[in-house]
Design a protein around this ligand. Structure first.
Ligand code: 5RP
Length: 224
């Protein structure tokens, strides 16, 4: 198994029968979804799933998982998702996909949130490898961008794959990718969230209770 497969496999240990599992988005989460489907069928488990994005919803359907729409869910036992950056303090950066609001809802609502990733995700400071994604409403996006730029070093509006228009989230929003000079991540997260026009952002602080990381076949767990 490669590192992504190893962490997805390790996360299966936390699956309990008769539970509701939140499914993440991205290449690592996709592996987990497939492995989860295999475990459910092998062990005849009673598991329902809720998806963090349109893509993971499709993956769940393709894998034949018992799917519950997010608007019908009132409790989630476990959410397993990938990340773009992970610190030793379990500060998490997410959002290369666009559905930040669904990812944040699952992370916040789940009894346990496990982050899985290979060692490339480990950073000493959030923002080291990626800009911080901020989903904003298009209604006055230029104003929101100007307001965010007052606290950011640089912000760019994310483009679509074809690079001929802005990327649009599942909820019709734009995404700003921003670089910040900051000292307190909590304060930065609050400042971003308090800016008018901001829908959600990619800083997941005090939400994960465990990260499972693999480096050249060696699994390491970071616990809160
Ligand atoms: C999507 C995410 C992904 O989980 C993150 O980008 C990691 O993806 P991958 O497993 O493909 O490296 O946050 O919004």
């Amino acid at each position: 198994m490669n590192d992504k497969e190893l962490v997805a496999y390790a996360a299966l240990d936390y699956i309990e029968d008769n539970s509701i599992i939140g499914l993440g988005t991205g290449s690592t989460a996709n592996i987990f979804i497939k492995m989860l489907a295999g475990k459910i069928s092998k062990e005849s488990l009673n598991i329902s799933v809720v998806a963090s994005s349109v893509i993971s919803q499709k993956k769940a359907n393709d894998a034949g998982l018992k799917y519950i729409s997010i608007d019908q869910v009132t409790s989630i036992d476990l959410y397993v998702d990938g990340a773009d950056e992970i610190t030793q303090n379990l500060e998490i950066l997410k959002g290369r996909g666009f559905d930040l609001i669904r990812e944040k809802l699952l992370a916040q609502m789940s009894k346990k949130f496990i982050v899985i990733g290979d060692n490339s995700k480990i950073v000493s400071k959030i923002g080291q490898n990626y800009f911080i994604p901020i989903e904003i409403t298009p209604i006055a996006w230029k104003i929101t961008k100007i307001l965010i730029e007052k606290i950011a070093k640089k912000c760019i509006v994310r483009e679509n794959m074809e690079k001929n228009a802005f990327a649009i989230s599942s909820y019709g929003n734009f995404v700003l990718d921003c670089e910040f000079n900051y000292s307190e991540l909590d304060t930065l997260a609050k400042e971003i969230a308090n800016t008018p026009g901001v829908f959600e952002h990619g800083l997941f602080l005090n939400l994960a209770s465990l990260a499972i990381v693999s480096n050249n076949g060696q699994i390491k767990k970071i616990l809160k």
